[in-house]
Design a protein around this ligand. Sequence first.
Ligand code: NZQ
Ligand code: ZN
Length: 369
Amino acid sequence: MLGNFTYHNPTKLIFGQDAMDALAAELEAYGPNVQLVYGGGSIKRNGIYDQVVAALAAAGKNVVEDAGVMPNPTVEKLYEGARIARENHVDLILAVGGGSCIDYAKAVAVSANLPEGVDPWQKYWVDFDEPAVDLDVIPVGSVLTMVGTGSEMNCGSVITNHGAKMKVGHVFADARVFPRFAVLNPEFTYTLPRYQMVAGIFDIMSHITEQYFSGEDDSTSDYLMEGLMRSLIHSSRIAVKDPKNYEARSNIMWVATWALNTLIAQGKATDWMVHMIGQSVGGYTNATHGMTLAAVSLPYYRHILPYGLHQFKKFAINVWGGRPEGKTDEAIAQEGLDAMEAWMKEMGLVLHLAELGVTQDMVEGIAKG
Ligand code: NZQ
Ligand code: ZN
């Protein structure tokens, strides 16, 4: 049986090869001061920066640049961004990049106007407080360049505190934290290095499996997830061989958004244990998010398989095309995970934590985290 829920997602998506054409008009809804958030410079090399700056100019905005957002954005960078937003009376934060830039923009949005003396890290990522109703939460918009996290259409923001060896995600309940709009042009992902592309593909897969491997009820969400996984597997096989295949890259982008815009979680219990272990690994190693998930998924799923036979069997048959005839439930369920392992090898994903720099002395801390 489906549980009760209220579903509300306010993000406006603008999708396709011409999506950027809509940016200037979209910007008109906001005040004059825009904080332009981006990462280490990929957008300058692939020309996306010039297109964004042209749209900002066409909309007559005053731009304050906030560059250098690192993969796995840090609490120190958050403090800096909040100061920039506050000092410049920013009306809109425009994040141009992947999940790190968008997560960071959301974090700045809820932190910039906090009362003096309130520490955003403590408030949002330790105490999991929500922004006060009268807090001025700065609107966020995004131009997506890396596919995987779903941050373009969700309320999550992951911040890393290396001092505390903690990487923490806060999924805000406050709808003001969703990006107001997201510009999604699949061609913008063509320049991603292969390592990032496949890490993103696995991040998408993991978002779906985290929500799929729970409960045994007949759930529309499970049917949706099976379709999303089949589309992802199909397109990923094309994209690794032909990264500029628009059909494959556009479908992967669309699957990513639906995998974690909270729709498929409605009415279901969800797990997120792989992400929790992965985040803990990230707190120690700063490894690429999708690779931390790839390294822990198979051992974790093989461990829990006996407790979730119903879902693992369904996964094997409906996602990977396994044939159950003459096999025990356990055998067919195992085949599903074997098929996933073969696909992961095909993608070139990291399968062992040691490859990400995890050493024996970190294991206890990672497990506790
Ligand atoms: O910084 P630049 O130079 O832009 O380079 C980036 C970065 O090094 C590069 N890149 C991005 N777009 C590119 C490109 N390079 C060439 N061409 C392009 N078009 O890719 C690298 C990785 O980018 P990043 O934004 O870090 O990757 P991702 O989108 O995977 O985001 C990871 C962060 O999101 C969090 C992760 O924990 C991590 O901190 N997550 C956020 C979630 C959410 N909001 O719901 C959920 C996820 O599970 C995840 O935890
Ligand atoms: Zn993820």
